[in-house]
Design a protein around this ligand. Sequence first.
Ligand code: PHE
Ligand code: FE
Length: 311
Amino acid sequence: MNLSAATPEATEASFAGTMTAKLKEQFDAGLLSGQELRPDFTIAQPVHRYTETDHAIWRKLYDRQASMLQGRVCDEFLQGLVTLGMERDRVPEFDQLNEMLMRATGWQIVAVPGLVPDEVFFEHLANRRFPASWWMRKPEQLDYLQEPDCFHDVFGHVPLLINPVFADYMEAYGKGGLKAARLGALDMLARLYWYTVEFGLIRTPQGLRIFGAGIVSSQGESIYSLDSASPNRIGFDLKRIMRTRYRIDTFQKTYFVIDSFEQLFDATGPDFTPLYPELAALPTLGAGDIVAGDQVIHAGNREGWADSDDI
Ligand code: PHE
Ligand code: FE
C-alpha cells in the first residue's frame, strides 16, 4: 500500500473506507492540535504532554499488574520487562525502549493517536514497527476501557517483542494481514490475532500461563482467564480459531492454549490462500462453543456468560 501520497483528504478517505465514525472520533481525540500526522499515521510521541496524573496511572497499573502476573504470565514476558528495563515510575519514552528493542529483535514502537486503519496497521507490523497509542487512560478507566491506550499497547504488547520467535510471528502476521486484505479474509485473520496476540494462553511445565496482551493489561482477566471455571480452555487449532467469533465487551468465553511460540509460528507458516475459501464455506463457531475434535483442557461451566451475540 502506497501511503506516501496521504494528504489530509486521503487520510479522511481511507478512514471512511476502513474505520467507523467512533474510531475516527477517538483517533482525532488523540491527535493534538497543530501536531503533524505523518502519512503512515504516526506522530512524534508527545512526551511533554503527559501529566503527573498520567504518570501516576502508569505507575499504579504497572505495580498492580507486575505483582499480579508473577506465576501467571509466561517467563518470556517477565524476561521482556526486565531486558527492556521498562520504566515503572513514568510513562516510558518510546525512543528509549526502542534502543533495547532494536538491538534485541529489530522491532520498534511508533506512536499513533489511536487505532489506525487495518492496512496501515499491517504495513507497520510487516516492517517490525508496533503502533502504540501515546495517551494514557483516565483515572476512572483503570479497570476497563474499550480502545487501546498506552498502558495496554506498551506494557501489554511490547515485552514479548524481544522474544525472537514471537517477534517473527508478529512480522509474519503483518504480512499475512496485507495478503488477507486482498483476499477479503480479514475477519478470519482478525480472530487469529484476537485468540493469540490478545488473549492467548501457553502451556508450560509449571501450568497454564498468560501471554496475550489483552489479558496481561487487565487485572480482572489476569485472574479470570486462568482461575475461573466459567470459560473454556482449548488447545490451539489454527482452522478452528479462524472460525471462532469472540467478545469485545466481556471476558472471553474461550481461551486457546499454545504449547510454545514455535508451535504458533510453525502452524501459521504455510500460505493461507487456499485456507480462506475452505473456511469461508464452513459455518462460524460461537465464542463459547465446544466442537468435535477440540482438545478440551477445561470445559467452561458457562457461568455469567453474556447471551447477546458474539462478534
Ligand atoms: N502464513 C500466512 C499467510 O500466508 C501469514 C500469517 C503468518 C498469518 C502468521 C498469520 C500469522 O497468509
Ligand atoms: Fe492490543
